[in-house]
Design a protein around this ligand. Sequence first.
Ligand SMILES: [Zn+2]
Ligand SMILES: [Zn+2]
Length: 280
Amino acid sequence: MPVDELSEVEPWLRFGAFVAIFVAVAVWEALAPRRRLRWSRARRWPHNLGLLALDVIVVRLLAPGAAIGVAVLAAAEGWGLLHALALPEWVAVAFAVLALDLAIYGQHILFHRVPLLWRLHRVHHTDTDFDVTTGTRFHPVEILLSLGIKCAVIMLLGAPPLAVLIFEVVLNVTSMFNHANARLPDAVDSWLRWLLVTPDMHRVHHSVVGREMNSNFGFNVPWWDRLFGTYRAQPLAGHSEMRIGVEGFDAPDEVRLSRLLVQPLHEPDPGPLPFQKEHA
Ligand SMILES: [Zn+2]
Ligand SMILES: [Zn+2]
């Protein structure tokens, strides 16, 4: 397919894949739930999905088709490592998809380590439940920053436009799959997590426990966590009992979209003072 047509099909391909996988994961969650949800879907989903809608609008307004656009430009100008190497196309595509996945693994660690970036990424983590809509819950400023980083990586790498298209669609799909509040048979999970980040593997990353939250940073393939020593197999408290979220952000009001948008500006609620605990 000519590169300029890729930019046109990309939003539709992403949207189609989104709807199909969203429905499939939601049905799977209803049939085989992994944990009891703290809040009903009716209470949480409009806010998490509202944030997603806002993200889509912000990106469409400020930087429509930016990632593919940069890849098309790099291809036309011969910019980046892969154009200099002139590898066979399929090798370049496979290499670029993996390199982009490694880049967002590194970016994810950065968003946990740098306090200002953590405030933005924290919006994803303060969901006190973990389900398909958690995978769509990111602050618009985090989305724009990641898009900027992704464009820089695409340019340096000279990632082929087809690789960017595959990466965007796959990331969309896996993000909903690996946030599923759904049960995979243990044998399937332990086999599958050599190839893909499974819901049980990523759920560990949503624990309130610091050392669990700072593990399993991978989004698509689990290899970077295993390679760089950030892999943690299971949460200490078990999947049904573990607490999900961030300390100080579990008030009922925190689920609201209006709250999520300004949450990066807020300090965590320190909880009841010692004397209030005594009298509680
Ligand atoms: Zn994270
Ligand atoms: Zn997550």
